[in-house]
Design a protein around this ligand. Structure first.
Ligand code: PRP
Ligand code: MG
Length: 212
């Protein structure tokens, strides 16, 4: 039997709510904690637990058919991948921040500055649009520590509650984009699996309506 293959964040902020929305859709997944692959008992679906940043490539290659992923990750790495549904959870911003003590005037202040980030494409596009060139330092996590250890003058990262910025004595000065979890679709999805996607979308839409 054909199954639709869905990628879900292995760990991190999207994992729980992604599984919850499937559950609310009446899809139960046998979930061995350390298993990277699981199946549903009552819907033709296979779940792959993957690292966030790898998911756009898996979609592109057609290794998975669909994914629940932060729109911000698609903007950074998967502009070619289409969105079937906006899911309304995991809302966040991708922002530029500087040390609290810095007097900030405008985005022009970033000219020639060192910016630490895990979102190089997003930052470059944003700054390019403003005619600003900066020196990017790409790091994969704990980005907010960079100004405090002298690695960078500023950072660009996800802002959700704002508490990571606050704890690291940083202030948000430019919001580059707002994001939420989305259901993304592989350009290589087959017709058969597209039918399963339609069934899933029908359920998701009623869950989202009920959530209001
Ligand atoms: C994420 C993100 C920010 C923080 C934002 O980091 O990179 O640092 O959460 O959330 P907040 O505004 O609610 O504080 P995460 O904790 O996932 O760790 P990582 O950066 O090491 O991946
Ligand atoms: Mg972080």
């Amino acid at each position: 039997m054909t199954k639709i293959r869905i990628a879900i964040q292995k760990s991190g902020r999207l994992n729980e709510e992604s599984l919850q929305i499937l559950k609310d859709c009446g899809i139960s997944i046998d979930n061995g904690k350390d298993q990277l692959k699981a199946s549903s008992r009552n819907f033709p679906m296979e779940v792959f637990y993957l690292r966030n940043g790898d998911i756009p490539q898996y979609l592109r290659d057609g290794v998975v058919d669909i994914a629940i992923i932060g729109e911000n990750v698609l903007i950074e790495k998967g502009e070619d991948i289409s969105i079937a549904e906006r899911l309304g959870f995991s809302k966040c911003k991708v922002s530029l921040a500087v040390p609290k003590s810095v007097k900030y005037n405008s985005v022009q202040d970033f000219q020639g500055k060192r910016i630490a980030t895990s979102y190089p494409n997003t930052v470059l596009n944003y700054l390019k649009g403003k005619g600003v060139t900066a020196d990017l330092h790409i790091i994969n996590g704990s980005v907010e520590i960079a100004p405090n250890i002298g690695l960078a003058d500023a950072i660009c990262d996800i802002v959700s509650s704002g508490s990571t910025l606050f704890k690291n004595n940083l202030k948000e000065v430019e919001v580059m984009l707002t994001s939420e979890a989305v259901l993304a679709v592989s350009p290589k999805i087959t017709t058969e699996r597209k039918e399963l996607l339609e069934k899933l979308q029908f359920r998701i839409q009623s869950v989202l309506r009920a959530r209001g």
